[in-house]
Ligand binder design. Structure first.
Ligand SMILES: [Fe+2]
Ligand SMILES: [Fe+2]
Length: 219
């Protein structure tokens, strides 16, 4: 199949899988104990620093100039998100400077992405799929913030962060249209996308089990 047909198919498969990440419409989020906006923003800091770093690692290990530039844009955006979230935490009375988001080490998704060596896999996993997951999770987080009465955080995500993450997804789409033209490349891309989705599902289930978190923002 052509790259365009492949990307349309992968997108449809991703979207179908992502519906599994969306909470049951009837499920009322249970805000108990530590499940609040500041603590979810601390989870977001870790996601943003990991997204910054993986894009930076890939930027220096590709010779493909359009890919370098897409990753450079992403590095800047994810670092900007980190700063905006840290600023919002400060407004909420949390000193983000005292938080080391990598104190517990890198997460499983970062570690998986760091093993990928081909550009088509990296773009399929890290941009096309991960950023599609981020869009879904951020929309859930925006709803969570609104229910919690935090309009400022909801607006930050709706007006700045979520549009950037969607742009990263679209960067992945435009690169895949060029890179996924052969059956071999398509197989690599499909495998990397599937692994990314399954890790996201596992992470969500683990977060739900251990901390009751099902609205953690993504990048
Ligand atoms: Fe992103
Ligand atoms: Fe981000």
């Amino acid at each position: 199949m052509t790259a365009a047909e492949f990307v349309a198919q992968l997108d449809a498969e991703n979207q179908a899988a992502l519906r599994g990440l969306e909470p049951d419409a009837t499920l009322k989020p249970e805000v108990e104990g530590a499940l609040n906006v500041p603590n979810l923003l601390k989870v977001a800091l870790k996601n943003e620093i990991e997204a910054t770093e993986i894009a930076a690692r890939w930027l220096v290990t590709t010779d493909d100039v359009p890919v370098k530039l897409a990753l450079a844009r992403q590095v800047g955006d994810e670092a900007k998100h980190y700063r905006l979230i840290a600023d919002r935490l400060a407004q909420l009375g949390v000193d983000a400077g005292a938080v080391d988001p990598l104190a517990g080490g890198y997460g499983p998704l970062f570690k998986y992405l760091d093993t990928l060596t081909t550009t088509v896999e990296r773009v399929a996993a890290g941009q096309f799929t991960r950023e599609a997951i981020a869009v879904v999770k951020n929309r859930q987080f925006i709803e969570f913030c609104e229910r919690a009465g935090d309009k400022v955080t909801a607006t930050l995500y709706r007006d700045v962060i979520e549009p950037d993450e969607y742009f990263h997804h679209q960067l992945g789409r435009s690169l895949l249209l060029r890179l996924a033209g052969t059956p071999e490349a398509q197989e690599l891309a499909r495998g990397a996308a599937a692994r990314t989705l399954s890790l996201a599902e596992e992470l969500q289930q683990a977060a739900l089990k251990t901390a009751g978190i099902h609205h953690a923002p993504g990048c």
